[in-house]
Write a protein that binds this ligand. Structure first.
Ligand SMILES: Cc1ncc(COP(=O)(O)O)c(C=O)c1O
Length: 361
């Protein structure tokens, strides 16, 4: 069934925004739209430097290339190993392979869709160079434990915050814990320029390696002035929208809490997650297809999660620990897509009620 765009659950993304329209007009009038890097690009870099307290911000053409550049910044190369969760964005596995290194899978922690810190020691070898820590679907990994472990063994931490701009743990912004952070400004993302991303770090040598890799007689993976100009106003509204999504997610989680047969996101009191997606995992994966069809009939933007990497061949990756939660997540995750989360309380209450009906089906 094709979704009806006038249905209140089918909110558009991006949403109309006069400030973005004005920026586009101004960049057209000044002629900066045709420059390789102009004032908006500079201002976007400064905004990220200030928000994330990072010395080096490389604006790039996608989060995917951002992950590969971060790996190259660490110096990951053929023969190395990089740890990532068995359930993660598909590009992250491919980026490790692109460097010639071998992905090493660990599990996710239940209710977080994010890497299990306790698995890292068992996955570590003398070849381990980096670990990718993705914050997925509102989940937040035990980043303090991961940082403590990584410091003790000398492994670099790459925070993938593509889904989590403005998310915090104990008041600290995700993307400021690790050695490097990667953001995405893709078309469906909470901060969007249609395409784009950023790599952030403090280490001079890492930034240098990234810049050398990007430099092909020009900046080969750059973000354009036009993309930068539409992103700037979105930083002005980010905190307010973040809070609204969070309130609406609370309503949805409270209303759906009595439903059996699902595990919901486990939000710690100290966390303020970002909701690019809101996830549940069904206890019976066989129900997923039918349940998603039923949700779509109701106009609910509910979709299957990532396929994960559990089934990848041992020739392509190492699997030193059981991947129980990653397997369940790959088979049975359902995701609510974010645009509806900016709707008013009446729509959210109606949506929450409909989700109860879907989960009880
Ligand atoms: C966790 C995560 N990492 C990386 C990416 C890649 O970002 P991009 O689409 O900008 O390449 C995505 C995109 O959905 C993502 O969700």
């Amino acid at each position: 069934m094709t979704a009806d765009p006038s249905h209140p659950f089918q909110a558009p993304w991006p949403i109309p925004d006069a400030a973005i329209q004005q920026q586009l007009q101004a960049v057209y009038s000044s002629g900066d739209w045709g420059s390789y890097a102009g004032p908006s690009t500079q201002k976007l870099r400064e905004t990220l430097i200030n928000n994330y307290k990072r010395e080096h911000v490389m604006l790039v053409c996608s989060g995917t290339i951002g992950i590969e550049l971060a790996l190259r910044g660490v110096g990951v190369t053929a023969g190395d190993e990089v740890i990532l969760a068995g359930y993660d964005f598909p590009g992250n596995f491919r980026c490790i392979e692109a460097t010639g290194a071998t992905p090493v899978l660990v599990d996710i922690a239940s209710g977080t869709w994010s890497i299990q810190a306790d698995d890292l020691a068992a996955a570590h070898s003398e070849k381990t160079k980096a670990v990718i820590v993705s914050s997925l679907h509102g989940g937040i990994a035990d980043i303090n434990a991961i940082m403590q472990w990584s410091r003790s063994v000398g492994v670099a931490v790459i925070e993938d915050v593509c889904q989590a701009p403005a998310a915090t743990r104990a008041g600290q912004l995700l993307g400021t814990f690790g050695d490097l952070a990667v953001m995405s400004f893709g078309g469906s993302k909470l901060l969007t320029a249609g395409r784009g991303g950023a790599v952030l770090c403090n280490d001079e040598a890492m930034a240098q390696r990234i810049n050398v890799f990007k430099e092909r007689g020009n900046d080969a993976f750059a973000l354009s002035e036009l993309q930068a100009c539409v992103l700037l106003p979105q930083f002005e509204t980010l905190a307010e929208r973040h809070a609204l999504r969070r309130d609406n997610v609370n309503t949805i989680l409270e209303t759906t809490a009595p439903c059996t047969g699902i595990t919901a996101l486990n939000i710690k009191a100290e966390d303020s997650p970002a909701f690019y997606k809101l996830a549940w995992v069904l206890h019976d994966s066989q129900r997923r297809q039918d349940l998603l069809c039923y949700a779509q009939e109701k106009g609910i933007p509910l979709f299957a999660g990532f396929n994960g990497f559990v089934k990848r061949s041992e020739r392509r990756c190492r699997k030193p620990v059981p991947l129980v939660h990653s397997t369940a997540a790959a088979e049975a995750t359902v995701l609510l897509h974010h645009p509806v989360l900016l709707q008013g309380s009446n729509v959210i209450r109606e949506l929450a009620g409909e989700l109860v009906d879907v989960f009880n089906r």
